[in-house]
Design a protein around this ligand. Structure first.
Ligand code: PGA
Length: 250
């Protein structure tokens, strides 16, 4: 029995899960904009959210969803990559979402892969989130290490935006995209667990059988820094959006 406050929603497939979450988010953006302020979104990269971004682009093109009053903060970026590196999260977010919607360029925030001073860059990132009024909705994936953002095992619940060493499992998983393990960055900048948990609402997407065991640990296992996604268990408004395969061990 999950002892969790977080909700689990199981869908027939990933496209259905992503359409459901995108429709929820479109409603949330509209209701926040009606209050006269920008909706502040925390965004994630990886293979998992691709159908979600595709659906947001469709809602923009076909159903008038506007991002004119949306501000975004991405979770993380690889250290050492230039913005225009094909595997940078800057490139990913522009290719998959930002180039296809009406978000003002100045509303987009992604940690730099080449900051002059890492500590002050991280502190500025935290300050920018606070200045925006905090994150209304945070999108997450989950790595096979249980990470949210790049909060690898051992990341404290109170952790903030910082430099982190990537877990070997995470680097393995990224190796095909980088054409070999030796090309995968060793470090990244990531929002901390504490940063993420302050979001007012959180949606975590996980699909496929290879995520099933870590999804079970995150939802039914102990709340532990060894699986940073387990911290979602006592967030007041966090939901897991799963396909049947990812939910297969619950
Ligand atoms: P994936 O990555 O979507 O490419 O599986 C998820 C993550 O590491 O958070």
């Amino acid at each position: 029995m999950p002892k969790t406050l977080s909700k689990v929603r199981i869908f027939a497939d990933r496209d259905t899960a992503c359409r459901s979450l995108a429709a929820d988010l479109a409603r949330q953006i509209a209701s926040i904009n009606e209050q006269g302020r920008n909706a502040v979104l925390g965004l994630a990269t990886g293979n998992t959210p691709l159908p979600f971004y595709k659906e947001l682009v469709r809602l923009h093109r076909e159903e008038d969803l506007s991002f004119a009053r949306v501000t975004t903060f991405n979770l993380d970026e690889y250290l050492g990559l230039t913005r225009d590196h094909p595997e940078s999260y800057w490139s990913f977010m522009h290719d998959k979402l930002f180039d296809h919607i009406d978000i003002p360029a100045g509303n987009v925030h992604i940690p730099s892969g080449q900051p002059e001073d890492i500590e002050s860059h991280c502190a500025d990132y935290e300050q920018a989130i606070r200045d925006a009024g905090g994150i209304d909705f945070q999108l997450l994936g989950i790595g096979r290490t249980g990470h949210i953002g790049f909060n690898e095992p051992g990341s404290p619940r109170e952790s903030r935006t910082r430099r982190i060493e990537l877990d070997p499992v995470t680097r393995q998983d990224a190796a095909p995209a980088f054409d070999g393990l030796e090309n995968v960055p060793t470090h990244a900048i990531t929002m901390g667990c504490g940063t993420i948990l302050e979001a007012r609402r959180i949606g975590l997407l996980a699909f496929g059988q290879k995520k099933a065991s870590i999804v079970r640990e995150a939802i039914e296992g102990p709340i532990t820094a060894e699986v940073s996604a387990s911290f979602l268990q006592d967030h007041p408004d966090a939901a897991f959006y799963l396909d049947r395969e990812a939910a297969g061990e619950l």
